[in-house]
Structures are given as C-alpha cells and as structure tokens.
Design a protein around this ligand. Sequence first.
Ligand code: ARG
Length: 259
Amino acid sequence: MKSLLKALKRCAVAGAAALAVLSLQPVSAAQAAPAPVVGGTRAAQGEFPFMVRLSMGCGGALYTQQIVLTAAHCVGRTGPNTSITATAGVVDLQSSSRITVRSTYVYRAPGYNGDGKDWALIKLAQPVNLPTLKIATTTQYNNGTFTVAGWGANREGGSQQRYLLKANVPFVSDAQCRSYSGYGGLIPSEEICAGYTAGGVDTCQGDSGGPMFRRDASNQWIQVGIVSWGIGCARANAPGVYAEVSTFAAQIASAAAGL
Ligand code: ARG
C-alpha cells in the first residue's frame, strides 16, 4: 500500500513535467468551456491575484511579492535554481498581460521524503506587484469550506487548462480521511483533507503546489493547505490531501526570511 501511494505521488511529479509541455500548446476550441480543477468554474480576472502558475506544471501562491509557496514534490533539491518560470497576474495563461519571472533559488522543506512535509519556497528574480496570500499560523481555520484554484486537469487524466479554475470543497477530518482506501498513511499533523464523500469536485494533476484557502475572521483570504495528492481525482471516498500549512507556518516564515 505504501509503495502504491509513493508511486501515485511520484507519478504526480513526472506527470507534472509532461503536462507542462501540453500547457504550452494552444488550447483548442473544444477546450474552451472547461470545468477547472474538477467540478469547478472559471475564476474571474483578479479574483485570486496571488495565484501563480509554475513552468514545471504546478501551482503556487505569492507568499511575498518575491517568494512563491508551492509543494515540495513540485521542485528539486534546495539550492540555486534559475530553471523555473512563474506566470502571475492573469487567469488566462496566454494573456499578453501576464507577468513572467524566473526563479533564482528553491528551498524544499527539510526532511521531505515523499511523505508529508509537502511544501517549498521559490525565490523570484524580481518582486511582482501583486497581492500576496497570508498563511494560517494556527489550526483555527482548519475547518469549514475551502476554496481551491488551479490550471491543472479538469478531470482525472484530463489536460492542463488555459484558464484558472476554482471550486469549493469541505473539510474532512483526519479520522474520516484515514479511513478511506489508500489513505491509511495520512500524516494527520502534516496533512489536511478536503472533498465530498460522493466526489465530483477536487484538485487534480497540475494543481499541485497551489493553495487551498478560506476567509478568516477579517474576511481576508488565508491559506490553510497546499495541493499535494489524492487517489485519482474527484472520486467518491477519495478526498484531496493538502499540506497542512499551519503546522509549517513558523518554518515557512523563517525560511522565507532567509531567502
Ligand atoms: N499531485 C498532483 C499534482 O502534481 C495533485 C493531485 C491532487 N489530487 C487530488 N485528488 N486532489 O498536481
């Protein structure tokens, strides 16, 4: 079971690289009415201004104007890295208004080995003048209904999207999440689950690294998760699993301060 899970999670990395190629191709008319994510709808321009698309085929969010928070499984080892391009400021990845910036450095969560700890920071060559997304520093927002967004597949095995898609998914407790087939290895302190028992709405391949977020007490968006893995996409009894941001908030802050 553990090896199956590892294979599924690893395949997300390889899949993301392959999908990045697809995402560079023109989107045909047949793809013009996508549901995003899975079971989602199109985000409006400016609705989630902190959303970033990364060239390896992942999502991310602006933690600062010069640092993107993404998933560890989307990046390689910690160190100088100028190979990643971040696209920001648009819902349409082909928009002439898009902002693109190269990476200068990758910081992958210390101790990341494919299980849990699925977070990483990417330093950008220049700051982008866009709003950032604050992260949860306590567990108080690890409940309720979350929003997810991304340019990933709009169905299991589907293609990457040109337009940013969004959806809402409900919190799933660690106990319930662990009970599902394939989820026994869940690390409750490091992972948080979300989705409907019946499936139908979920993140999917290519959404990895993107944020799961909700409104805080001041009605501001706050990030509680990072898209990490799932068994398939939007299946019944198979929630999405997200890195639990509140657990890593202090580490993220101190790592960012050192970049
Ligand atoms: N690991 C996938 C990626 O690289 C994300 C999978 C999310 N799956 C899910 N069922 N929520 O994009």
